[in-house]
Design a protein around this ligand. Structure first.
Ligand code: NDP
Length: 246
């Protein structure tokens, strides 16, 4: 009986703020939580304290998502601390935006490294430590499916890679009962895309519901995928986007 009640372990990249922090808060009642961050040390540590106060064991690890060794070290640290990892959420991201002619080669390489390459490497490093029945979730974007404005080609390309990755990993890891999915948010109220920002009204106008998602709207679907209700969902892209792709 004791093992059935045991707390699980979640590793969430980019957990210091925004969507990643909302996912960490969602998991804390039932999971011990490792968050990664790249610059926001104080905020990551403050969230760890907040999670401790709920009874979770929690840890923040500085991890540059574009750095393969850093990603492997984050997985190693998680396993050293907690023994295994039940849920891996690849969330860390950036939002490069601008006229096509201005995009530099460095920006192309860095964006692909942070969104696509990091997701692959994270899953590859974590897979041996995920027990049968575990979960991998990547945070994609509605812009991988519909791009209603100019200036987002690079971002859309980098996020659309996650769909193919999730489908391939679903086949690789399916025999172990591990599911792999993408949650694809639409406009979500974070520092990356504040709901009172200069483009917010236009973004709202593209949605069916006429509103932004909250970070917790995204976290709720990640939690569903990680729970019993998600056990038969794999290789899927779930839009949580207020109908922007409807
Ligand atoms: P935020 O900018 O609020 O948070 C980004 C998070 O990613 C932070 O924890 C940040 O760490 C971390 N991060 C950024 N760059 C790196 C890096 N190079 N290496 C490691 N970690 C990094 O963004 P959101 O919460 O809005 O976005 C989370 C995810 O959701 C992203 O993948 C984004 O593309 C996606 N998304 C967001 C949408 C939105 O409208 N907000 C819509 C669709 C998808 P630190 O705090 O240390 O800087």
């Amino acid at each position: 009986m004791e093992h059935l009640m045991a707390r699980k372990v979640a590793l969430i990249t980019g957990g210091s703020r925004g969507i990643g922090a909302a996912i960490a808060r969602r998991f804390a009642p039932t999971h011990d939580v490792v968050i990664t961050y790249v610059g926001a040390t104080e905020r990551a540590e403050a969230l760890v304290e907040e999670l401790h106060a709920t009874g979770a064991r929690a840890l923040a690890v500085r991890t540059e998502a574009a750095d393969a060794a850093d990603l492997r070290a984050a997985v190693d640290r998680t396993v050293a601390e907690f023994g295994h990892v039940d849920v891996v959420v690849g969330n860390a991201g950036i939002a490069p935006y601008g006229p096509l002619a201005d995009v530099t080669l460095d920006e192309v390489d860095r964006t692909l490294a942070i969104h696509a390459r990091a997701s692959f490497l994270l899953a590859q490093a974590a897979a041996p430590h995920i027990p049968d029945g575990g979960r991998i979730v990547f945070i994609g974007s509605s812009l991988a499916d519909r791009v209603p404005y100019a200036g987002w080609s690079l971002y859309a390309m980098s996020k659309s890679a996650l769909s193919g990755l999730a489908k391939g990993l679903a086949r690789d890891l399916g025999p172990r009962g591990i599911t792999v999915n993408v949650v694809a948010p639409g406009s979500t109220d974070t520092e990356m895309n504040p709901s009172d920002g200069p483009d917010a009204d236009e973004e709202r106008s593209f949605t069916a519901l006429g509103r932004y998602c909250s970070p917790d709207d995204i976290a709720a679907t990640v939690a569903h995928l990680a729970g019993d209700g998600g056990r038969m969902i794999t290789g899927a892209v779930l839009a949580v986007d207020a109908g922007v792709t409807a």
